[in-house]
Design a protein around this ligand. Structure first.
Ligand SMILES: [Zn+2]
Length: 276
């Protein structure tokens, strides 16, 4: 009986430690790349082992989940983080920077290239979106330029910036490259192409209705608009977006369209790819 009690308490300890670390999901992509993620933000956190030390990309699983992230990292590698990178400056990606800096990690805010990692900058989701290509795993961290769990958010770069960002990503790696979005499941380049196509379909439809004089409320109930939105709902969530987020997406798309008009009036860029 005593033995049984010891056994059950040991089991309890085991399961509680599993429960503690399981708030972070860990996906091994290759020998030198793991993707970690916390439920709250679903941000894809990259853990890359390089000759120069461990590199952590976008270390923010969610509030109160940083120590769980620590544990998950220590369970994979027996050493601290050397470098911290962010795909962009939003808090759901940068929220853990200070935590890992305190442990000796160096936050990199400028150009960063190692033998194992190539860095390029684009402008789409924010004014500076950092893209990191990891050669060994043939994976590309693209931040919120691409999202497989949400609608596109091309607000800083507009249509031109978005298209250039996608082109720049397509030029990295090859057809087999894994594209790791800021949030949602990693995907192949074919999904990124589909995402671009759907984004242009969305923008063109909103432009058409906006130019017809329809207001946001009328655009929201348009069946074609709803159908196009569903193309981004890869996980078939119901509803895909909260009402407020849906409304904001249309409003912000209209802002981008209005900006595009002023660019065109200034005569600086032909936006030929819109007819795709
Ligand atoms: Zn994000």
């Amino acid at each position: 009986m005593k033995g049984f009690r010891i056994l059950t308490s040991t089991l309890f300890l085991l399961t509680s430690s599993i429960a503690l670390s399981s708030s972070i999901s860990v996906q091994k992509v290759s020998e030198h790349l793991h993707i970690l993620s916390g439920k709250e933000y679903g941000t894809n956190i990259g853990l890359v082992a390089t000759e120069n030390g461990l590199v952590l990309i976008d270390p923010m699983p969610g509030n109160n989940q940083l120590s769980a992230l620590d544990q998950a990292i220590w369970s994979i590698y027996d050493k601290p983080i050397s470098f911290i990178l962010n795909t962009h400056a939003h808090s759901d990606h940068t929220g853990g920077n200070a935590h890992f800096e305190k442990q000796g990690g160096k936050l990199i805010e400028s150009s960063f290239n190692l033998d194992e990692l190539t860095h390029i900058k684009v402008k789409s989701h924010t004014t500076i979106d950092n893209i990191y290509y990891h050669k060994e795993s043939n994976s590309i961290f693209v931040g919120d330029v691409f999202d497989t769990s949400w609608h596109p958010t091309f607000y800083a770069g507009g249509i031109k910036g978005f298209n250039e960002a996608i082109e720049a990503i397509l030029n990295l790696g090859d057809d087999q490259s894994l594209i790791i979005p800021g949030h949602g499941s990693p995907a192949k380049k074919s999904s990124l192409l589909e995402f671009r196509k759907n984004t242009f379909t969305w923008i063109n439809k909103i432009r058409e209705l906006h130019h017809k004089g329809l207001g946001v409320g009328q655009i929201m109930i348009d069946t074609q608009v709803k159908d196009i939105l569903e193309k981004f709902n890869i996980n078939n969530k119901s509803p895909f977006l909260p009402h407020k987020a849906y409304k904001r997406f249309i409003e912000r798309t209209i802002s981008v369209i209005n900006d595009e008009k002023s660019i065109r009036n200034a005569g600086s860029h032909g936006i030929k790819y819109l007819s795709e």
